[in-house]
Design a protein around this ligand. Structure first.
Ligand code: 4AD
Ligand code: MG
Length: 430
């Protein structure tokens, strides 16, 4: 077991050495305290005059925030201290002494300043906790699909075609032609489902959306399961089991992080299937009833999503959308050709859409017509059309946005804090 702050309870009574950085310090007469940070947590290290040699006691005056240090001492229980343990120091070795003032101090900083110092900001307690929850979310995603016999089949980032419409594509030079950064691995996911049955694609995706909202990144991580022989209802079954599993795993493993984030976890505890399912029509009626500024047939805006989410204490799935506002690949409802068999899942507490997906068009001629209708070039879709020529079957899947999911679970207002190094319209650094 690593000798880290997160593992201190296993070393009670022992003298161990910890490697980390100075988070804070304070002195009261013959005692001084060093708050040590090692990336896994914080611990108070106590230095007592007379118990250590003079030069170690005098080190207090010289230490600066973020000095890298190696601390040796005895671990003891201290319920009043951060993490419940403290260290009776016997030695401190300074690895590097910081000579310039550390940019991020205890005073309030604006979000832009903090984002410009993201490479340092990640060392702070709150940011560290969010990224740890993100780690757990991603682990839960992989575990869920593993346990349910899905195969990970990666899709390329360079692509020749649009998936989610042409307006927000990043175009890049690709030798003597253009390529696009992928908006979604779905089309490849469909091909892989025909080869493997149940698959998932997991990787970064790119959208050149000119949106500056708290829910949009230009680069974000999406996980996309796709299943052969699957319809919309079965797709929604999977979506609710999947999201519940992620939330329950976080509740089991991230209590320390939730404490730091002051997240009210009671709102997460009942995230278990079944989730409410309503049609677009029902959602639209509800919005109009509640007096929302909304016209039937349009997509829901952020305030609409929040209003809808407020009606439920679990994520709500909205299905059967006006086909005109959905992607070309969506299968139509056999009872109403104007409706697409798509589903969006809206998270509670105003965190917006976390899942988009649905059943795919599996008929060759219909799909050719759709590609034409959407003014998409036919040539790059030839391989995708092949899937409808050789053993086409009903199939469905969805994409879950990792950052929006982490934002919801951690209660983080702005999505940019849920990815280590966010990319937005105005930010390419650090
Ligand atoms: O609803 P979207 O656009 O669906 C698709 O891309 C489908 N092809 C997925 C599929 O069926 N395999 O995106 C899916 C999810 C959204 O619900 C949202 O959580 C997230 O991806 N997302 C974004 N997250 C951050 N920034 C953005 N600009 C996002 N756009 C979508
Ligand atoms: Mg969507």
């Amino acid at each position: 077991m690593d000798k880290t702050i997160s593992n201190l309870s296993h070393f009670e009574g022992q003298e161990i050495t910890l490697k980390g950085w100075v988070y804070n310090k304070r002195a009261i007469g013959k005692i001084w305290f060093l708050i040590l940070r090692d990336g896994t947590g914080l611990v108070q290290c106590v230095v007592v005059k007379g118990e250590v040699d003079e030069s170690l006691f005098n080190l207090e005056a010289k230490l600066n925030q973020e000095d890298s240090v190696i601390v040796t001492g005895t671990i003891r229980k201290e319920p009043r201290s951060v993490g419940g343990y403290e260290i009776g120091v016997t030695g401190i070795k300074v690895v590097q002494h910081v000579t310039e003032e550390y940019p991020i101090g205890p005073k309030e900083h604006g979000p832009d300043f903090l984002m410009s110092n993201r490479h340092l900001w990640l060392r702070s307690k709150r940011q560290n906790a969010i990224i740890r929850v993100r780690h757990r979310v991603i682990k839960a995603i992989r575990d869920f699909f593993d346990q349910n016999e899905f195969t990970l089949v990666d899709s390329p980032m360079f692509t020749a075609n649009a998936v989610e419409g042409t307006t927000d594509l990043f175009e890049v030079d690709y030798f003597d032609r253009s390529a696009y950064l992928t908006q979604s691995g779905q089309l490849y996911g469909e091909a892989s489902a025909m080869a493997f049955g149940k698959i998932y694609v997991f990787g970064p995706t790119f959208r050149a959306e000119k949106s500056k909202t708290r829910r949009h990144l230009t680069e974000f991580w999406m996980v996309e399961p796709e299943m052969a022989f699957c319809d919309l209802d079965e797709d929604m079954d999977l979506a609710e089991q999947f999201v519940s599993y992620i939330v329950q795993e976080c509740l089991e493993h991230c209590q320390e992080e939730f404490k730091i984030l002051e997240r009210d976890t009671s709102k997460l505890e009942n995230i278990i299937p079944p989730f409410p399912r309503i049609t677009y029509d029902e959602a639209a009626k509800l919005l109009i009833e509640k007096g929302a500024d909304f016209t039937y047939g349009s997509d829901f805006g952020a305030p609409d999503e929040t209003l809808l989410a407020e009606q439920y204490d679990k994520p709500v799935m909205i299905h059967r959308w006006p086909a005109d506002i959905k992607a070309f690949y969506m299968k139509r409802d056999k009872d109403n050709n104007d409706l697409a068999l798509g589903v969006d899942m809206i998270a509670p507490e105003g965190f917006g859409e976390i899942i988009g997906g649905g059943q795919r068009e599996d008929n060759y001629e219909t799909l050719v017509r759709r590609i034409r209708r959407h003014d998409l070039p036919m040539e790059p879709f030839q391989w995708y059309l092949d899937l409808r020529k050789y053993g086409s079957v009903p199939h469905a899947g969805f994409g879950l946005g990792v950052e929006r999911t982490v934002a919801w679970i951690t209660g983080t207002k702005h999505i940019r804090e849920t990815i280590p190094y966010p990319r937005t319209m105005s930010r390419l650094e650090p």
